[in-house]
Write a protein that binds this ligand. Structure first.
Ligand SMILES: [Zn+2]
Length: 696
């Protein structure tokens, strides 16, 4: 069935547009209800999808009309407990068979099953526990490749291309009998496991990890492990990931004892050939040719062999890091972009969809590849590009033709020629599709063969200055937005890639769309980045691109003579950096070719006129200066530091740069503030209040 889609400006294709409460998720034809009981024939489909509803989203009606196929809808994401409850559900019953699956636009998943003919599957919320719905009779699901409000499309997991029959226990829990009674009964059973204990997320993880480890033993060593082998292998991982709520995991009843008990139970099932996860893989099917990859961990460590995890790549010798290696002159900070992007660090570039982040990254790639520090100094992200070298750009967002058009739009002939031979752009849709770098194999994160392959090619290439992955989720076959462990694993591997290649690695990512029109400070931009905080924490540098606040944009658009509200004004700035850098936001204005040009100075000038501090704001600022003076980090007169008073006025009070500078200079001249020695032992200076403006 044709379903309304989300337009590029975020509105629904239906007549309600931006006000639609169900953007891109409701049927498009007015007469859709009849198709809940009658299957649309080929002519009807042709009439819809080749005609009036060409390029619309696609919905599939579930239930009897579709051979009793239904969907289990698991809500995954921040503040959603579907994922944990889904583990619990399988714990309490059995692991679900592998079946056709899709990732929804909101990051959740749909698993498709076929129910026996004679039953009616419920369409309801929380049917199988909190955050796990079922779509059966009278329901429908939006399917891949439909688009979504979040700007992520629905994607099909093609690993299992068929729809499995619903296991009896699942059918029982979802069948529509006495609706009012049944809901609570099924909820009950999903929260209690075979031992009658209340289950939580940790137990689900425990079982997932145990099953994954059993599977690894089975495929990589051709054996079912003993209880001791299994616990020795898996428990450290579990202990590392799961936090105790009380004094210890043992005290919570989630420690080694329970772990062994579950290990025993699962091994007993495995030996009886009742463990579903072993039924579709062959014994010993992944035994490696190289002997060292199956060698015990301590052998790998001794040989310095690389395994999936970079921490194991070489042993850490503490004595190598004696103070003597820090003697002499300290090396100067090196930059890829002066005062903006330090060299050889992993970074994240986050933007609201549709703001042109891919365009900006491609522009940066051209300038790093095609600039030369003497003749052609190029500017990007508000600074001078001062390191040049080879650039490798992998994009899942554009086709070859799309990249071609963009490159031609960005670069004049001379930049194109200079970059030629230095820039590799891989449009994944034309290069064999998605290339995941990390994956989740039954509860454990590993790097893929693709990652190892790309890594060694990059090292071999030499002199690579910049590597870009666009966007992040196309390169991570893992719940990178929801599982902090996935984000951590991702960044530890990307950091290692920086060290191994000597390049900056930038990863593009999305920001939530909601509320981004009102981002006034870079800290808000940081909060709008999708996914867990581990995703931001793991990056050494995070650059955000967000819409200019509406109140400013209206003024700027009017003065510069373009349309406001359509993404022509974009703010960009560092929202997190571990090193010193200029973190004042810049203003970018889109030119005719679609590229964002740094026009901060003009925008500031325009906004300056209205930039006056009132008495209350002045008092606030002075008390903040005073408060900071009493801390380790007083405000600084210098601008290229996170302590910058100017940056504070810019981000906190939305002041234009010049106005902020003017105020600070005036306060200094009139002796309201002074730049004083703050810490004589460290020789740091800071801004100190001499007297407040109201004092006489
Ligand atoms: Zn709508």
């Amino acid at each position: 069935m044709p379903v309304h889609y989300v337009k590029s400006d975020g509105s629904c294709s239906c007549s309600k547009g931006k006000d639609c409460k169900s953007k891109g998720k409701h049927p498009a034809p007015k007469s859709w209800k009849e198709f809940q009981t009658k299957k649309a024939n080929k002519e009807q489909l042709k009439q819809w999808f080749d005609g009036q509803y060409k390029d619309f989203n696609i919905g599939v009606v579930t239930g009897k009309v579709s051979n009793n196929v239904f969907a289990v809808d698991v809500d995954i994401g921040e503040g959603k407990d579907g994922s944990d409850n889904f583990d619990d559900l399988q714990m309490a019953n059995d692991d679900l068979p592998q079946t056709l699956e899709q990732r929804t636009g909101s990051g959740g998943k749909h698993l498709f099953f076929k129910a026996p003919e004679n039953v009616e599957i419920k369409t309801d919320k929380n049917t199988l526990g909190g955050g796990i719905d079922t779509r059966g009779e009278g329901g429908f699901v939006v399917v891949a490749p439909s688009n979504h409000e979040s700007s992520q499309n629905y994607t099909l997991n093609t690993q299992v291309p068929h729809i499995e029959e619903s296991p009896d226990w699942l059918t029982k829990l979802t069948v529509n009998t006495a609706p009012s009674m049944n809901g609570s009964a099924s909820l009950q059973s999903s929260q209690t496991d075979k031992w009658g204990d209340l289950v939580d997320g940790r137990e689900g993880y425990m079982v997932q990890l145990l099953m994954g480890t059993i599977r690894t033993f089975w495929t990589q060593k051709g054996i079912i492990p003993t209880v001791q082998q299994l616990v020795e292998e898996a428990y450290p991982t579990y202990e590392n990931k799961c936090r105790a709520r009380g004094r210890s995991l043992e005290e919570d009843g989630r420690g080694k004892k329970v772990f062994e008990k579950k290990a025993n139970y699962l091994l007993w099932k495995a030996r009886k050939n009742e463990l579903r996860i072993l039924q579709d893989v062959e014994k010993g099917s992944e035994i490696s040719q190289q002997t060292e990859s199956v060698a015990p961990l301590h052998d790998q460590l001794r040989n310095g062999a690389r395994s999936g995890s970079p921490e194991l790549s070489s042993p850490l010798i503490l004595a190598d890091w004696n103070l003597s290696i820090y003697s002499g002159e300290a090396p100067e900070q090196e930059w890829l972009i002066e005062n903006i992007l330090p060299r050889r660090i992993p970074g994240l570039v986050a933007a609201v969809g549709g703001l042109g982040k891919s365009f900006i990254l491609l522009d940066l790639a051209m300038k790093v590849a095609g600039g030369d520090q003497g003749m052609h100094k190029e500017r990007a992200l508000g600074g001078d590009v001062i390191t040049n070298g080879k650039v490798v750009f992998l994009t899942a967002e554009d086709s070859k033709d799309g990249v071609h058009r963009r490159l031609r739009n960005i670069a004049g002939a001379s930049l194109f020629d200079r970059a030629n031979g230095n820039l590799i752009v891989v449009p994944l849709p034309d290069a064999g599709g998605a290339k995941p770098l990390i994956q989740n194999t039954m509860g454990q994160y590993t790097t893929t063969a693709i990652f190892e392959d790309i890594r060694s090619q990059l090292i071999e290439m030499g002199d690579v200055a910049l590597i870009i992955f666009d966007p992040l989720q196309a390169f991570a076959a893992a719940d990178i937005n929801t599982d902090p462990a996935a984000a951590q694993f991702w960044w530890s591997n990307i950091s290692e890639l920086c060290v191994a290649t000597g390049a900056n690695v930038l990863v593009a990512h999305h920001m939530r769309k909601e509320g981004t029109f009102s981002i006034k400070k870079s800290v808000h931009a940081r909060e709008a980045i999708r996914g867990t905080t581990a995703l931001v924490d793991g990056a050494r540098w995070v650059y955000g691109l967000w819409q200019m606040p509406e109140s400013d944009e209206v003024v700027v658009a009017q003065k510069m003579d373009f349309e406001s509200g359509v993404g022509n004004c974009v703010m960009g700035g560092i929202v997190k950096v571990n090193d010193q850098a200029d973190n004042t936001p810049r203003a970018f204005i889109r030119d005719e070719s679609g590229l964002l040009i740094d026009r901060t100075i003009e925008v500031d000038t325009i906004l300056e006129q209205s930039a006056k501090l009132d008495k209350l704001q002045t008092t606030e600022i002075f008390s903040e200066i005073n408060r900071r003076w009493g801390t380790e980090e007083p405000f600084s007169i210098a601008t290229n530091t996170t302590r910058s008073l100017q940056a504070y006025l810019l981000s906190e009070y939305g002041m234009p740069r010049r106005a902020a500078k003017g105020y600070i200079e005036a306060w200094q001249q009139q002796n309201f503030i002074e730049n004083a020695v703050h810490d004589s032992s460290k020789k740091t200076k800071g801004v100190r209040v001499v007297r407040t403006p109201d004092e006489r």
